[in-house]
Design a protein around this ligand. Structure first.
Ligand SMILES: Nc1ncnc2c1ncn2[C@@H]1O[C@H](COP(=O)(O)OP(=O)(O)O)[C@@H](O)[C@H]1O
Ligand SMILES: [Mg+2]
Length: 246
């Protein structure tokens, strides 16, 4: 049915073609990624030639435009956090006679953390490299937790590595709204961070043989032990900066 009333059509891909004009302001360049909530395309602003990223929400994942509005507001609230992508604007187009919202943000050039890890020797990082990754992640997420907010969906397909040396320059995409921010959501972020570290250094297959320093961080992935040690991302960052090698 037209106009967004009545039954919503289930859409699992838009398959937009390059060159398509959007809302009279942008031109579609190419698909850069897809996930549970929608598809993300590189777009170009017609008047300036500036490249941006546009996330198109599948209507069934964005009832009453709530998901997009919530996401935009959260990105705005976190706009001073250097690890979070910068929000620009929202537009609505009509697709198969129903409204589809897309959210325009900064376009991040880089590589997904999942791809970065896959091309490491043995598909994993050394503990020392993993700690640098974890430190960059924890410092970035500390700035989110300091605003009493949480990310809600931390995994290696939602983290973009822009560059790396001793430290990692990272950007986070795709936050998830579970509920109003609570201590549990913040703690889940901390747990997810440690899970990323655990997987980055080789996961279950290599855990038994990894160093005591890495085990002291992973705590065998036991929620209660992790939460006792690191209540927020800031605590984890502090720990990494002051820990002693055995
Ligand atoms: N601002 C961006 N710049 C560059 N790539 C992006 C950007 N936002 C998302 N992506 C890419 O698109 C993919 C899907 O976006 P995401 O927001 O995670 O959608 P979903 O909620 O559907 O998982 C990401 O994994 C990433 O590869
Ligand atoms: Mg995602």
């Amino acid at each position: 049915m037209a106009g967004g009333h009545g039954k919503r059509l289930y859409i699992d891909s838009f398959d937009f073609l390059p060159g398509r004009k959007l809302a009279g302001k942008y031109e579609l360049v190419s698909l850069i990624g897809a996930g549970w909530e929608g598809e993300v395309y590189e777009i170009r602003e017609l008047s300036t030639g500036i490249t941006r990223a546009a996330k198109f929400f599948f209507p069934q994942r964005n009832p009453k435009n709530r998901t997009a509005i919530w996401y935009a507001k959260k990105l705005h609230k976190l706009r001073h956090s250097p690890i979070v992508i910068q929000y620009q604007t929202q537009e609505t187009i009509t697709f198969r006679r129903q409204p589809v919202t897309f959210l325009v943000s900064e376009y991040v050039e880089g590589e997904l953390l999942s791809d970065f890890l896959k091309r490491q020797p043995g598909k994993r990082l050394s503990v020392f490299e993993g700690m640098h990754l974890l430190h960059s992640l924890a410092s970035g997420i500390e700035s989110i937790h300091n605003l009493r907010e949480y990310h809600g969906d931390l995994h290696t397909d939602n983290i973009i590595v822009r560059r790396y040396g001793l430290g990692f320059d990272l950007k986070l995409v795709d936050m998830f709204q579970w509920a109003a921010p609570k201590q549990e959501n913040i703690q889940q972020d901390v747990f997810d961070l440690i899970r990323i570290f655990y997987d980055a250094i080789g996961g279950a297959k290599h855990y038994a043989k990894c160093s005591p320093e890495a085990k002291a961080i992973c705590c065998g992935l036991k929620h209660n032990l992790i939460l006792k040690k690191f209540r927020t991302a800031g605590r984890l960052r502090d720990y990494l900066e002051t820990m002693l090698w055995g």
